[in-house]
Design a protein around this ligand. Structure first.
Ligand code: AMP
Length: 470
Protein backbone atom coordinates (compact mmCIF):
# COMPACT_ATOMS: atom_id res chain seq x y z
CA UNK A 1 0.00 0.00 0.00
CA UNK A 2 1.49 3.30 -1.08
CA UNK A 3 0.29 6.83 -1.08
CA UNK A 4 1.42 9.40 -3.58
CA UNK A 5 2.42 13.01 -3.73
CA UNK A 6 0.83 15.32 -6.21
CA UNK A 7 3.17 17.46 -8.20
CA UNK A 8 3.15 18.56 -11.77
CA UNK A 9 5.54 21.33 -12.55
CA UNK A 10 7.62 23.14 -15.08
CA UNK A 11 11.21 24.24 -14.44
CA UNK A 12 13.45 26.69 -16.25
CA UNK A 13 17.03 27.95 -15.76
CA UNK A 14 19.35 30.33 -17.58
CA UNK A 15 23.00 31.29 -17.15
CA UNK A 16 24.97 34.06 -18.82
CA UNK A 17 22.33 36.39 -20.22
CA UNK A 18 22.00 40.04 -19.16
CA UNK A 19 18.20 39.72 -19.20
CA UNK A 20 18.08 36.44 -17.28
CA UNK A 21 14.93 37.07 -15.25
CA UNK A 22 12.98 38.44 -18.25
CA UNK A 23 13.86 35.31 -20.20
CA UNK A 24 13.00 33.10 -17.22
CA UNK A 25 9.62 34.82 -17.18
CA UNK A 26 9.09 34.09 -20.89
CA UNK A 27 10.26 30.51 -20.41
CA UNK A 28 7.79 29.98 -17.59
CA UNK A 29 5.09 31.63 -19.67
CA UNK A 30 5.63 28.90 -22.30
CA UNK A 31 5.54 26.24 -19.56
CA UNK A 32 2.35 27.56 -17.97
CA UNK A 33 0.42 24.42 -18.97
CA UNK A 34 2.64 22.39 -16.59
CA UNK A 35 1.29 24.19 -13.53
CA UNK A 36 -1.07 27.05 -12.90
CA UNK A 37 -1.18 27.32 -9.13
CA UNK A 38 1.93 29.34 -8.38
CA UNK A 39 5.15 30.47 -10.00
CA UNK A 40 8.49 31.86 -8.91
CA UNK A 41 11.83 33.13 -10.17
CA UNK A 42 15.15 33.52 -8.32
CA UNK A 43 17.98 35.45 -9.94
CA UNK A 44 21.53 36.33 -9.05
CA UNK A 45 24.12 38.85 -10.12
CA UNK A 46 26.86 36.82 -8.41
CA UNK A 47 26.54 38.27 -4.91
CA UNK A 48 23.03 37.71 -3.63
CA UNK A 49 19.99 35.68 -4.66
CA UNK A 50 16.77 37.61 -5.34
CA UNK A 51 13.43 35.78 -5.38
CA UNK A 52 9.82 36.49 -6.15
CA UNK A 53 7.05 33.94 -6.01
CA UNK A 54 3.30 34.17 -5.79
CA UNK A 55 0.07 32.32 -6.38
CA UNK A 56 -1.46 32.58 -9.81
CA UNK A 57 -0.43 32.64 -13.42
CA UNK A 58 3.01 33.63 -14.65
CA UNK A 59 1.83 36.66 -16.66
CA UNK A 60 -0.06 38.07 -13.66
CA UNK A 61 2.75 37.54 -11.16
CA UNK A 62 5.67 38.97 -13.12
CA UNK A 63 5.04 42.63 -13.86
CA UNK A 64 7.87 44.81 -15.22
CA UNK A 65 8.39 46.20 -11.69
CA UNK A 66 8.74 42.73 -10.19
CA UNK A 67 11.18 41.67 -12.90
CA UNK A 68 13.22 44.85 -12.40
CA UNK A 69 13.85 43.64 -8.83
CA UNK A 70 15.32 40.35 -10.11
CA UNK A 71 18.71 41.48 -11.41
CA UNK A 72 21.61 39.41 -12.71
CA UNK A 73 22.67 37.22 -15.60
CA UNK A 74 21.44 33.93 -14.13
CA UNK A 75 18.04 32.78 -12.93
CA UNK A 76 15.88 29.75 -12.22
CA UNK A 77 12.11 29.51 -12.31
CA UNK A 78 9.27 27.17 -11.46
CA UNK A 79 5.61 26.87 -12.20
CA UNK A 80 3.55 24.62 -9.99
CA UNK A 81 0.30 22.72 -10.08
CA UNK A 82 -1.25 21.07 -7.07
CA UNK A 83 -4.41 19.41 -5.90
CA UNK A 84 -6.93 20.59 -3.33
CA UNK A 85 -5.80 21.23 0.22
CA UNK A 86 -2.29 22.52 -0.25
CA UNK A 87 -2.74 25.55 -2.43
CA UNK A 88 -0.65 27.92 -0.34
CA UNK A 89 2.23 30.24 -1.07
CA UNK A 90 4.54 28.32 1.30
CA UNK A 91 4.66 25.57 -1.31
CA UNK A 92 5.60 27.82 -4.20
CA UNK A 93 9.09 27.26 -5.58
CA UNK A 94 11.98 27.97 -6.03
CA UNK A 95 13.02 27.41 -2.41
CA UNK A 96 16.04 29.41 -1.35
CA UNK A 97 18.28 29.06 1.70
CA UNK A 98 21.56 30.27 3.10
CA UNK A 99 23.84 27.48 4.24
CA UNK A 100 27.52 26.63 4.47
CA UNK A 101 27.63 26.48 0.64
CA UNK A 102 26.44 30.09 0.45
CA UNK A 103 23.06 31.09 -0.85
CA UNK A 104 21.32 28.51 -2.99
CA UNK A 105 17.91 28.16 -4.58
CA UNK A 106 16.28 25.09 -6.06
CA UNK A 107 13.27 24.24 -8.19
CA UNK A 108 12.06 20.69 -8.69
CA UNK A 109 9.79 18.73 -11.01
CA UNK A 110 9.01 15.20 -9.86
CA UNK A 111 8.60 13.30 -6.59
CA UNK A 112 11.36 11.98 -4.35
CA UNK A 113 9.89 8.67 -3.23
CA UNK A 114 12.26 8.11 -0.28
CA UNK A 115 11.85 11.64 1.11
CA UNK A 116 10.25 10.44 4.37
CA UNK A 117 13.06 8.00 5.10
CA UNK A 118 15.75 10.61 4.32
CA UNK A 119 14.01 13.19 6.43
CA UNK A 120 13.92 10.91 9.49
CA UNK A 121 17.60 10.18 9.05
CA UNK A 122 18.43 13.90 8.71
CA UNK A 123 16.36 14.76 11.77
CA UNK A 124 18.19 12.13 13.81
CA UNK A 125 21.40 13.89 12.83
CA UNK A 126 20.03 17.25 13.96
CA UNK A 127 18.53 18.86 10.87
CA UNK A 128 15.57 21.09 11.58
CA UNK A 129 12.86 21.16 8.94
CA UNK A 130 10.76 24.24 8.28
CA UNK A 131 8.26 22.27 6.29
CA UNK A 132 8.08 18.73 5.05
CA UNK A 133 8.53 18.93 1.33
CA UNK A 134 10.79 16.50 -0.48
CA UNK A 135 12.62 19.44 -2.05
CA UNK A 136 13.63 20.66 1.40
CA UNK A 137 15.23 17.26 1.98
CA UNK A 138 17.54 17.93 -0.97
CA UNK A 139 18.60 21.25 0.51
CA UNK A 140 19.41 19.57 3.85
CA UNK A 141 21.44 16.86 2.13
CA UNK A 142 23.41 19.60 0.38
CA UNK A 143 23.92 21.55 3.60
CA UNK A 144 25.04 18.41 5.50
CA UNK A 145 27.67 17.47 2.96
CA UNK A 146 31.28 18.12 4.01
CA UNK A 147 32.13 19.11 0.48
CA UNK A 148 32.87 22.77 -0.12
CA UNK A 149 30.86 23.72 -3.17
CA UNK A 150 27.30 23.16 -4.29
CA UNK A 151 28.46 20.99 -7.22
CA UNK A 152 30.57 18.77 -4.96
CA UNK A 153 27.76 18.44 -2.43
CA UNK A 154 25.29 17.56 -5.15
CA UNK A 155 27.51 14.75 -6.45
CA UNK A 156 26.92 13.12 -3.04
CA UNK A 157 23.37 14.22 -2.32
CA UNK A 158 21.76 13.26 -5.61
CA UNK A 159 22.87 9.66 -5.14
CA UNK A 160 20.71 9.40 -2.04
CA UNK A 161 17.49 10.29 -3.82
CA UNK A 162 15.01 7.78 -5.21
CA UNK A 163 12.20 8.54 -7.59
CA UNK A 164 11.75 11.34 -10.06
CA UNK A 165 13.62 14.61 -10.18
CA UNK A 166 14.42 17.18 -12.77
CA UNK A 167 16.18 19.81 -10.67
CA UNK A 168 17.51 23.29 -11.34
CA UNK A 169 19.78 24.99 -8.78
CA UNK A 170 21.05 28.52 -8.55
CA UNK A 171 24.15 29.41 -6.54
CA UNK A 172 26.01 32.69 -6.45
CA UNK A 173 28.38 31.52 -9.19
CA UNK A 174 26.56 28.94 -11.27
CA UNK A 175 23.41 27.26 -12.44
CA UNK A 176 23.39 23.50 -11.90
CA UNK A 177 20.77 21.12 -13.28
CA UNK A 178 20.29 17.39 -12.80
CA UNK A 179 17.96 14.63 -13.92
CA UNK A 180 17.24 11.41 -12.04
CA UNK A 181 18.94 8.22 -13.30
CA UNK A 182 15.64 6.80 -14.63
CA UNK A 183 14.88 9.99 -16.53
CA UNK A 184 11.23 10.10 -15.48
CA UNK A 185 10.64 13.77 -16.12
CA UNK A 186 12.05 15.73 -19.06
CA UNK A 187 14.78 18.38 -18.92
CA UNK A 188 16.27 19.91 -22.06
CA UNK A 189 19.41 21.99 -22.70
CA UNK A 190 19.46 24.95 -25.09
CA UNK A 191 21.93 27.64 -26.06
CA UNK A 192 21.71 31.26 -27.12
CA UNK A 193 24.46 33.14 -28.92
CA UNK A 194 24.54 36.69 -27.60
CA UNK A 195 24.84 39.60 -30.07
CA UNK A 196 27.67 41.02 -27.98
CA UNK A 197 29.50 37.67 -28.11
CA UNK A 198 29.38 34.75 -25.70
CA UNK A 199 26.86 32.01 -25.06
CA UNK A 200 23.96 31.80 -22.65
CA UNK A 201 22.86 28.33 -21.50
CA UNK A 202 19.21 27.58 -20.91
CA UNK A 203 17.42 24.58 -19.41
CA UNK A 204 13.71 23.83 -19.50
CA UNK A 205 11.19 21.08 -18.92
CA UNK A 206 10.10 21.41 -22.54
CA UNK A 207 11.63 22.85 -25.68
CA UNK A 208 8.60 25.09 -26.35
CA UNK A 209 10.23 27.38 -23.75
CA UNK A 210 13.31 27.68 -26.01
CA UNK A 211 11.29 28.58 -29.09
CA UNK A 212 9.81 31.67 -27.46
CA UNK A 213 13.22 33.07 -26.50
CA UNK A 214 15.04 31.99 -29.70
CA UNK A 215 17.24 29.48 -27.92
CA UNK A 216 18.43 26.43 -29.85
CA UNK A 217 17.67 22.97 -28.45
CA UNK A 218 21.00 21.16 -27.96
CA UNK A 219 20.06 17.90 -26.24
CA UNK A 220 18.39 16.53 -23.14
CA UNK A 221 20.09 16.41 -19.77
CA UNK A 222 20.73 12.67 -19.77
CA UNK A 223 19.26 10.50 -17.02
CA UNK A 224 21.83 10.47 -14.20
CA UNK A 225 23.55 13.55 -15.58
CA UNK A 226 24.38 16.85 -13.94
CA UNK A 227 25.21 19.95 -15.99
CA UNK A 228 26.96 23.00 -14.58
CA UNK A 229 26.76 26.34 -16.36
CA UNK A 230 29.31 28.76 -14.93
CA UNK A 231 32.17 31.05 -15.84
CA UNK A 232 33.94 28.10 -17.56
CA UNK A 233 30.97 27.46 -19.86
CA UNK A 234 28.91 24.28 -19.71
CA UNK A 235 30.31 21.18 -18.04
CA UNK A 236 28.38 17.93 -18.19
CA UNK A 237 29.08 14.87 -16.04
CA UNK A 238 27.39 11.74 -14.77
CA UNK A 239 26.54 11.66 -11.09
CA UNK A 240 25.03 8.16 -11.28
CA UNK A 241 25.81 5.10 -13.38
CA UNK A 242 23.68 4.15 -16.40
CA UNK A 243 20.39 2.55 -15.48
CA UNK A 244 17.38 1.34 -17.45
CA UNK A 245 15.41 4.41 -18.50
CA UNK A 246 11.79 4.96 -17.54
CA UNK A 247 10.70 8.18 -19.22
CA UNK A 248 7.11 9.15 -18.46
CA UNK A 249 4.95 8.18 -21.42
CA UNK A 250 2.16 10.43 -20.12
CA UNK A 251 4.28 13.43 -21.12
CA UNK A 252 3.62 12.33 -24.71
CA UNK A 253 0.01 11.28 -24.10
CA UNK A 254 -1.14 14.46 -22.40
CA UNK A 255 1.13 16.53 -20.31
CA UNK A 256 3.62 18.20 -22.66
CA UNK A 257 2.76 20.68 -25.35
CA UNK A 258 2.55 19.18 -28.86
CA UNK A 259 5.06 21.72 -30.19
CA UNK A 260 7.72 20.44 -27.76
CA UNK A 261 10.44 17.88 -28.32
CA UNK A 262 10.30 15.66 -25.23
CA UNK A 263 12.78 12.81 -24.67
CA UNK A 264 14.18 13.76 -28.09
CA UNK A 265 10.86 13.16 -29.83
CA UNK A 266 8.08 15.36 -31.24
CA UNK A 267 5.02 15.21 -28.99
CA UNK A 268 2.72 16.08 -31.90
CA UNK A 269 4.14 13.17 -33.89
CA UNK A 270 3.59 10.73 -31.00
CA UNK A 271 0.01 11.88 -30.55
CA UNK A 272 -0.87 11.60 -34.22
CA UNK A 273 0.59 8.09 -34.20
CA UNK A 274 -1.51 7.25 -31.13
CA UNK A 275 -4.58 8.37 -33.09
CA UNK A 276 -3.61 6.39 -36.18
CA UNK A 277 -3.04 3.22 -34.20
CA UNK A 278 -6.26 3.79 -32.28
CA UNK A 279 -8.12 3.94 -35.61
CA UNK A 280 -6.52 0.64 -36.63
CA UNK A 281 -7.33 -1.03 -33.32
CA UNK A 282 -10.81 0.45 -32.84
CA UNK A 283 -12.21 1.41 -36.20
CA UNK A 284 -15.91 2.27 -36.47
CA UNK A 285 -18.37 3.24 -39.16
CA UNK A 286 -18.96 6.93 -38.42
CA UNK A 287 -19.44 10.34 -40.07
CA UNK A 288 -17.18 12.74 -38.16
CA UNK A 289 -14.09 12.60 -35.92
CA UNK A 290 -14.38 15.22 -33.15
CA UNK A 291 -11.53 15.94 -30.71
CA UNK A 292 -11.95 16.92 -27.10
CA UNK A 293 -10.01 20.19 -27.25
CA UNK A 294 -7.16 20.66 -26.69
CA UNK A 295 -5.98 17.33 -25.28
CA UNK A 296 -7.53 15.14 -27.99
CA UNK A 297 -6.75 17.25 -31.07
CA UNK A 298 -3.54 15.62 -32.32
CA UNK A 299 -4.80 12.06 -31.72
CA UNK A 300 -8.10 12.91 -33.46
CA UNK A 301 -6.15 14.19 -36.47
CA UNK A 302 -4.30 10.88 -36.58
CA UNK A 303 -7.55 8.94 -36.22
CA UNK A 304 -9.13 10.94 -39.05
CA UNK A 305 -6.13 10.53 -41.41
CA UNK A 306 -5.97 6.81 -40.81
CA UNK A 307 -9.72 6.13 -41.03
CA UNK A 308 -10.59 8.63 -43.75
CA UNK A 309 -13.43 9.95 -41.56
CA UNK A 310 -13.47 13.78 -41.72
CA UNK A 311 -12.14 15.77 -38.77
CA UNK A 312 -14.28 18.62 -37.43
CA UNK A 313 -14.02 20.87 -34.40
CA UNK A 314 -17.41 19.89 -32.99
CA UNK A 315 -16.61 21.13 -29.50
CA UNK A 316 -15.44 24.70 -29.03
CA UNK A 317 -13.26 25.58 -26.11
CA UNK A 318 -13.38 28.78 -24.12
CA UNK A 319 -9.67 29.49 -23.83
CA UNK A 320 -10.03 31.80 -20.87
CA UNK A 321 -10.98 29.05 -18.43
CA UNK A 322 -8.25 27.03 -16.70
CA UNK A 323 -8.03 23.27 -17.14
CA UNK A 324 -11.10 21.65 -15.57
CA UNK A 325 -8.89 19.17 -13.75
CA UNK A 326 -7.59 21.95 -11.53
CA UNK A 327 -10.94 22.58 -9.89
CA UNK A 328 -10.74 21.44 -6.29
CA UNK A 329 -14.10 19.73 -5.82
CA UNK A 330 -16.15 17.30 -7.82
CA UNK A 331 -19.10 19.68 -8.16
CA UNK A 332 -16.98 22.46 -9.63
CA UNK A 333 -15.17 20.07 -11.98
CA UNK A 334 -18.44 18.91 -13.49
CA UNK A 335 -19.59 22.45 -13.93
CA UNK A 336 -16.22 23.27 -15.45
CA UNK A 337 -16.81 21.00 -18.43
CA UNK A 338 -19.71 23.17 -19.49
CA UNK A 339 -17.85 26.35 -18.73
CA UNK A 340 -15.00 25.22 -20.90
CA UNK A 341 -16.60 23.44 -23.86
CA UNK A 342 -19.68 24.03 -25.98
CA UNK A 343 -20.92 21.82 -28.84
CA UNK A 344 -21.37 22.99 -32.43
CA UNK A 345 -24.86 21.62 -33.11
CA UNK A 346 -24.55 22.24 -36.82
CA UNK A 347 -21.67 19.75 -37.03
CA UNK A 348 -23.04 17.13 -34.66
CA UNK A 349 -26.81 16.89 -35.23
CA UNK A 350 -27.84 13.61 -36.82
CA UNK A 351 -24.20 12.45 -37.18
CA UNK A 352 -22.36 9.37 -35.94
CA UNK A 353 -19.48 10.86 -33.96
CA UNK A 354 -16.07 9.47 -33.04
CA UNK A 355 -15.13 11.49 -29.95
CA UNK A 356 -11.39 11.38 -29.25
CA UNK A 357 -9.75 12.26 -25.92
CA UNK A 358 -6.33 11.52 -24.49
CA UNK A 359 -7.34 9.77 -21.26
CA UNK A 360 -10.10 8.80 -18.89
CA UNK A 361 -9.20 9.22 -15.23
CA UNK A 362 -12.32 9.25 -13.07
CA UNK A 363 -14.67 9.09 -16.03
CA UNK A 364 -16.78 12.07 -15.00
CA UNK A 365 -15.46 14.40 -17.70
CA UNK A 366 -16.01 11.81 -20.41
CA UNK A 367 -19.59 11.22 -19.29
CA UNK A 368 -20.34 14.95 -19.41
CA UNK A 369 -18.80 15.20 -22.87
CA UNK A 370 -20.67 12.22 -24.28
CA UNK A 371 -23.92 13.66 -22.91
CA UNK A 372 -23.08 17.06 -24.33
CA UNK A 373 -22.47 15.63 -27.81
CA UNK A 374 -25.63 13.54 -27.63
CA UNK A 375 -27.71 16.48 -26.42
CA UNK A 376 -26.44 18.41 -29.45
CA UNK A 377 -28.25 15.85 -31.61
CA UNK A 378 -25.54 13.25 -32.38
CA UNK A 379 -27.01 9.95 -33.58
CA UNK A 380 -24.17 7.86 -32.08
CA UNK A 381 -21.17 8.69 -29.88
CA UNK A 382 -18.12 6.41 -30.11
CA UNK A 383 -15.52 7.36 -27.52
CA UNK A 384 -11.87 6.67 -28.39
CA UNK A 385 -9.04 7.16 -25.89
CA UNK A 386 -5.44 7.56 -27.05
CA UNK A 387 -3.85 5.59 -24.19
CA UNK A 388 -4.63 2.37 -22.27
CA UNK A 389 -6.94 2.32 -19.22
CA UNK A 390 -5.38 4.24 -16.30
CA UNK A 391 -5.34 1.66 -13.50
CA UNK A 392 -2.61 2.79 -11.09
CA UNK A 393 -1.53 6.07 -9.52
CA UNK A 394 1.69 7.80 -10.47
CA UNK A 395 4.38 8.22 -7.78
CA UNK A 396 6.73 10.06 -10.08
CA UNK A 397 5.17 13.46 -10.49
CA UNK A 398 1.94 13.19 -12.49
CA UNK A 399 -1.23 13.94 -10.64
CA UNK A 400 -3.46 10.92 -10.89
CA UNK A 401 -5.94 10.40 -8.08
CA UNK A 402 -5.81 7.47 -5.66
CA UNK A 403 -6.49 4.04 -7.09
CA UNK A 404 -10.03 3.92 -5.76
CA UNK A 405 -10.92 6.99 -7.82
CA UNK A 406 -9.49 5.60 -11.06
CA UNK A 407 -12.49 4.19 -12.88
CA UNK A 408 -10.42 1.65 -14.82
CA UNK A 409 -8.86 0.26 -11.63
CA UNK A 410 -12.18 -1.29 -10.66
CA UNK A 411 -14.21 -1.53 -13.86
CA UNK A 412 -14.01 -3.31 -17.17
CA UNK A 413 -14.03 -1.41 -20.47
CA UNK A 414 -17.67 -2.44 -20.95
CA UNK A 415 -18.60 -1.11 -17.49
CA UNK A 416 -16.81 2.15 -18.24
CA UNK A 417 -18.64 2.39 -21.59
CA UNK A 418 -21.91 2.09 -19.71
CA UNK A 419 -20.84 4.69 -17.16
CA UNK A 420 -19.81 7.25 -19.78
CA UNK A 421 -22.95 6.41 -21.80
CA UNK A 422 -21.09 5.93 -25.09
CA UNK A 423 -22.28 3.67 -27.92
CA UNK A 424 -18.81 2.16 -28.01
CA UNK A 425 -15.52 2.72 -26.20
CA UNK A 426 -12.03 1.88 -27.40
CA UNK A 427 -8.69 2.47 -25.65
CA UNK A 428 -5.31 2.36 -27.39
CA UNK A 429 -3.53 -0.84 -26.35
CA UNK A 430 -0.27 -0.81 -24.40
CA UNK A 431 1.48 -2.23 -27.46
CA UNK A 432 -0.09 0.52 -29.59
CA UNK A 433 1.15 3.20 -27.19
CA UNK A 434 4.64 1.69 -27.22
CA UNK A 435 4.61 1.75 -30.98
CA UNK A 436 3.34 5.34 -31.09
CA UNK A 437 6.37 6.56 -29.10
CA UNK A 438 8.64 4.09 -30.94
CA UNK A 439 9.78 2.54 -27.69
CA UNK A 440 11.56 -0.45 -29.17
CA UNK A 441 14.28 -0.12 -26.51
CA UNK A 442 11.81 -0.13 -23.59
CA UNK A 443 12.83 3.29 -22.30
CA UNK A 444 9.43 4.54 -21.10
CA UNK A 445 7.47 4.18 -17.84
CA UNK A 446 3.93 2.82 -18.28
CA UNK A 447 3.22 2.24 -14.58
CA UNK A 448 -0.12 4.10 -14.63
CA UNK A 449 -1.35 1.56 -17.20
CA UNK A 450 0.31 -1.57 -15.82
CA UNK A 451 0.81 -1.04 -12.07
CA UNK A 452 4.38 -2.17 -12.70
CA UNK A 453 6.61 0.48 -11.08
CA UNK A 454 10.19 0.79 -12.31
CA UNK A 455 11.67 1.72 -8.91
CA UNK A 456 11.24 0.33 -5.44
CA UNK A 457 8.64 2.38 -3.62
CA UNK A 458 8.58 2.95 0.09
CA UNK A 459 5.75 2.69 2.55
CA UNK A 460 2.79 4.98 2.93
CA UNK A 461 4.04 6.76 6.10
CA UNK A 462 7.15 7.91 4.29
CA UNK A 463 5.20 9.56 1.55
CA UNK A 464 2.69 10.96 4.02
CA UNK A 465 5.53 12.47 6.02
CA UNK A 466 6.60 14.38 2.95
CA UNK A 467 3.11 15.34 1.93
CA UNK A 468 1.81 18.40 3.83
CA UNK A 469 3.57 21.17 2.00
CA UNK A 470 3.76 19.68 -1.52
P1 AMP B 1 -11.82 12.52 -15.65
O1 AMP B 1 -11.90 11.21 -16.39
O2 AMP B 1 -13.13 13.17 -15.49
O3 AMP B 1 -11.16 12.35 -14.30
O4 AMP B 1 -10.91 13.51 -16.47
C1 AMP B 1 -10.25 13.15 -17.63
C2 AMP B 1 -9.72 14.38 -18.32
O5 AMP B 1 -8.69 14.98 -17.52
C3 AMP B 1 -9.13 14.08 -19.67
O6 AMP B 1 -9.80 14.87 -20.63
C4 AMP B 1 -7.68 14.46 -19.58
O7 AMP B 1 -7.32 15.29 -20.68
C5 AMP B 1 -7.53 15.23 -18.30
N1 AMP B 1 -6.38 14.74 -17.51
C6 AMP B 1 -5.95 13.48 -17.39
N2 AMP B 1 -4.89 13.41 -16.55
C7 AMP B 1 -4.65 14.66 -16.13
C8 AMP B 1 -3.66 15.24 -15.26
N3 AMP B 1 -2.74 14.50 -14.66
N4 AMP B 1 -3.69 16.58 -15.06
C9 AMP B 1 -4.64 17.32 -15.66
N5 AMP B 1 -5.58 16.84 -16.49
C10 AMP B 1 -5.59 15.51 -16.73
Amino acid sequence: MFDKLHEECGVFAIYGHPEASNLAYLGLYALQHRGQESAGICSSEGRDIHCHKAMGHVADIFTPEVLADLPGDRAIGHTRYSTAGDTVLANAQPFSVTCNKGRIAVAHNGNITNAGELRRELEREGSIFQASSDTEVILHLVARSRERTLAEALREALLELDGAFSLVFLSQDSVIVARDPNGFRPLAIGRMELPEGGTAWVFASETCAFDLINAVYVSDVEPGEMAIAGPQGLQRERFAPQRARSQCVFEHVYFSRPDSIVFGRSVQHSREMMGRLLAREHGVDADVVVPVPDSGVAAALGYSSESGIPFRHGLIRNHYVGRTFIEPSQSIRDFGVKLKLNPVRHLLAGKRIVLVDDSIVRGTTSRKLVRMVRNAGAAEVHLRVSCPPTISPCYYGVDTPDKNELIAARHSVEEIRQFVEADSLGYLSLEGLRQAVEDARREYCYACYTGDYPTELIQIEDLMAAKPVR
